[in-house]
Design a protein around this ligand. Structure first.
Ligand code: G3H
Ligand code: 13P
Ligand code: ZN
Ligand code: NA
Length: 311
């Protein structure tokens, strides 16, 4: 069924796993993702950015996701990714999204609280769950000191205040992940102590099993980077989050792991490969078909090695 994220996160928290949240942009991506989830019998979050909503067009995207629910029989949440303002969140909710993110992380704390509260109020009246974000998503170089990290990453005291004042259902935090294919110049590093502290603060205040969200969590699989580069691409120096770190986060309070870049790389690598190896090919089903197949392979690997969400 088309569901909100409430029960998903409850079971994920208690089971020490995470739900995969994959960005969708077209039919092949939707099918590629849910084909894997169907075989693995796992709930999934299909998320749509404001840009993706515009690209897919609202009615088409809603019906595509409804089709995925109907065909698979899985629990699927349709989630707005990085909602920039109340109006965009409202539009998504009115269209039938079961979950929305309001991203006020670039605002000062009190403003972020105000805008989030407004979305929570509108959403909860309609059985829609809300995610918000606190902190700046950025990797930190090895030579940056602790106070610089403190200024960028999520502050545990602020996280508690934010959750208490907004009533938001889940919180995206900054502990060293970032969006895109170039996450670290040097060694990959995540601030797991900070994640632990955030959970401790919440627990101490009587907020139990509170779900944390990890954005910028693509592993940037070298296999698909190579597939791009060997077929005319130019993605030198691409680097993601090591799988063991993601698995560790999933075993902790992280209940939602966001991946878009990995899907993009699998899709683009596949298309490049077919077109490069068969210059005479002009049937879109051939290159989009391999793209869909490799999205399924990718998501299958995520469920097995990162998420642990199979029933
Ligand atoms: O975090 C952003 C997602 O990767 C979506 O990106 O706004 O280009 O669709 P987009
Ligand atoms: P990646 O760029 O690491 O895939 O992160 C995606 C994301 O956080 C979408 O909100
Ligand atoms: Zn994100
Ligand atoms: Na978890």
């Amino acid at each position: 069924a088309l569901v909100n994220t409430k029960k998903m996160f409850e079971t994920a928290y208690k089971g020490g796993f995470a739900i995969g949240a994959f960005n969708i942009n077209n039919m092949e991506i939707v099918q590629g993702i849910v084909d894997a989830c169907k075989v693995k019998n796992t709930p999934v979050i299909l998320q749509v950015s404001a840009g993706a909503m515009k690209y897919m067009r609202p009615t088409y995207l809603k019906h595509l996701v409804d089709a995925a629910v109907e065909e698979t029989g899985l629990d699927i949440a349709l989630h707005l990714d990085h909602g920039p303002d109340f109006e965009t969140c409202k539009k998504a909710i009115d269209l039938g999204f079961t979950s929305v993110m309001i991203d006020g992380s670039h605002h000062p704390l009190q403003e972020n609280i105000e805008i989030t509260k407004k979305v929570v109020e509108y959403a909860h009246e309609r059985n829609v769950t809300v995610e918000a974000e606190l902190g700046r998503l950025a990797g930190i170089e090895d030579d940056v000191d602790v106070s610089a990290a403190d200024a960028i990453y999520t502050n545990p005291d602020e996280a508690l205040e934010f959750v208490q004042k907004t009533g938001v259902d889940s919180l995206a935090i900054a502990i060293g992940t970032s969006h895109g294919a170039y996450k670290f110049k040097g060694e990959a590093k995540l601030d797991f102590d900070r994640l632990e502290k955030i959970t401790e603060k919440l627990e101490a205040a009587g907020i139990h099993n509170y779900p944390i969200v990890l954005h910028g969590a693509s592993a940037v699989d070298p296999k698909y980077v190579a597939m791009c580069n060997e077929n005319g691409g130019n993605l030198g120096g691409a680097k993601g989050i090591p799988t063991e770190m993601l698995r560790k986060a999933a075993s902790m309070a992280v209940c939602k792991i966001n991946m878009d870049t990995d899907i993009r790389l699998a899709m683009t690598g596949s298309i490049r490969k077919v077109l490069n190896e068969k210059p005479e090919e002009f049937d879109p089903r051939k290159y989009l078909g391999l793209g869909r197949e490799n999205v399924t392979n990718l998501v299958t690997g995520k469920i097995e090695n990162v998420l642990g969400s199979s029933k």
